[in-house]
Structure formats: C-alpha cells, structure tokens
Write a protein that binds this ligand. Structure first.
Ligand SMILES: C[S@@+](CC[C@H](N)C(=O)[O-])C[C@H]1O[C@@H](n2cnc3c(N)ncnc32)[C@H](O)[C@@H]1O
Length: 248
C-alpha cells in the first residue's frame, strides 16, 4: 500500500489503542506476561514494538529490567503517561534495524507485529536484529495468528463491523498472494462524512518464520498454540514460537 510506513500505525491508533485493546485483551495480556516472565528467568528483557506498554509494563512490575524499541513517538508518549512508563528505556526506530546497548535474555515480538514489517527482507532483518541482541542462552519469542483466507473470495473480503442509526463501519481487505500482503481499509461512513483507516501487513506462515530464524542463526525450541502452552496442531489459529541460538 503506497505511502504506508512504520510510523503510520501510531499516528492512527495511539489515542485509541488502550481503549480498543487494554480491557478487551486483559486476560490474554496477563497470561502472556506470566509465560514471558518464566522465559525471562530473571534476566534482561527487550520488547520489539513496545507500543503503549500493554505487556512491558506488567512485566516490569514483576521486577524485570525491560527495554523497548518502537517506531512511533505517539505510542511511546502514551507509555510514558502510565505508572512506571518513565522507567522503561525505549529507542525510537525500526525494530528491523535499531540497535540498543547490551544483550538480552528474552526478546519478544507479540500481537502479530512481525507482520507490520511489510517485506520478507525486513522480516528477515528483524530476526537478525533479534539474534544480534540475544545473550547466548537467550530466547526470541514471536506471537502471530495463522493467516486464514477462507472467507476471501478472489483475494478479497468485505465485512461490516457495526451499524447505528447514524453510521456504519466496514472493512475491505485485499490480498496479494505473491507478496503475501493484505491491504486493509477500515471505513466509517457517518452523517459527518467518511473516515478512512488504512492498515497494511505482510503475513508469514510459521514454517517461513522458522526459516527466517535459521538465516539469523536461531533455531526453534518451542511452538505453542497459545500462551497457556497448549500444543500447536493443524487446528491451531495462532502460534507462540520460541527461538534460541542455533549454534548452542
Ligand atoms: C499492534 S501494536 C503492538 C504494541 C505492543 N507490542 C502490544 O502488544 O500491545 C503494533 C506496534 O508496532 C509498532 N511498529 C510498527 N512497525 C514498526 C517497526 N518497523 N519498528 C518498530 N515498531 C513498529 C507500532 O507503532 C505499534 O506500536
């Protein structure tokens, strides 16, 4: 989607992010924090795309030293407003390139955010950047949904989210099977006019992510379907993958 860059998400969602996902994802957030804390094992932690601190803040509240990389100043400004949000060092930049000092025992990238890197090259660079920042015994954790195009017809899907007396919200998604991208427009039509909300992502299957890990000298150690460590099967709708150094 021409013109869509890494800062776009924050510009459009920073104000609304916690309202949309804070309460609604509270159970998932708590469960992920428990599992991530276990994987960190008391060590140093780095979140790629830390956002407004949904996961990082409760992790830091457990006594872990948490750092972040984030593309959007607007998202980080929201993190800074929250209790403990001033204490987390965050480097503003692209998670596929930005370097911070030190090595980390846990690096994590959750909520499908690897898909925010919209080319295969950028996703590979992201694994390589994680690998550069990992301690020898450290792990890199990725969480994504499994792409599901069963409701798409000829590579497209349009679906409504809600109607009121004054407005309608619907989403148009257009897939490019060659680039593995989906361009979304979430559109609100109301008596006040039309509001467009674009989103663009590149999806990758778990097997492709494993290959990216190999390129980055990492090897998969675990794959669960969910944060409660449910086994991953052909029925799974999401995966949590844990990578460690291949040469170890
Ligand atoms: C869905 S939010 C997830 C935020 C947080 N990790 C969470 O789980 O609540 C996606 C985040 O990725 C950030 N982002 C998008 N592209 C990025 C990039 N290339 N480098 C760093 N951050 C990026 C966005 O600004 C946004 O904060």
């Amino acid at each position: 989607m021409k013109g869509y860059d890494a800062e776009e998400f924050g510009k459009r969602y920073a104000e609304r992010y916690d309202g949309l996902y804070g309460e609604a994802m509270a159970d998932e957030t708590n469960l992920s924090v428990e599992t991530l804390a276990e994987l960190a094992n008391g060590g140093k932690v780095l979140e790629f795309a830390i956002g407004t601190g949904r996961v990082a803040l409760p992790l830091a509240a457990k006594g872990l030293e948490v750092h972040g990389i984030e593309a959007s100043e607007e998202m980080v400004a929201k993190l800074r407003e929250k209790p403990g949000g001033q204490d987390i060092p965050v480097a503003i930049g692209d998670m596929s390139k930005t370097q911070v000092d030190g090595k980390f025992d846990l690096i994590y990238l959750v909520f499908n955010t690897i898909f925010n890197l919209t080319t295969q090259e950028a996703q590979v660079r992201c694994f390589q950047n994680a690998s550069k920042h990992l301690s020898n015994s450290g792990v890199f954790v990725i969480e994504t949904v499994l792409p599901d195009f069963s409701t798409y017809v000829e590579g497209q899907r349009m679906r409504g989210s809600w109607n009121t007396m004054e407005a309608s919200r619907f989403e148009i998604a257009i897939q490019d099977q060659v680039e593995q991208t989906v361009a979304f427009q979430r559109i609100i039509i109301s008596e006040d006019g039309i509001k467009m909300n674009p989103h663009f992502m590149r999806y990758a299957w778990p097997s492709e992510l494993d290959l990216m890990a190999q390129i980055a000298d990492l090897k998969r150690r675990e794959r669960w379907a969910w944060w409660d460590k449910t086994p991953f099967t052909t029925e799974s709708k999401s995966h949590i993958s844990v990578y460690g150094r291949a040469s170890k």
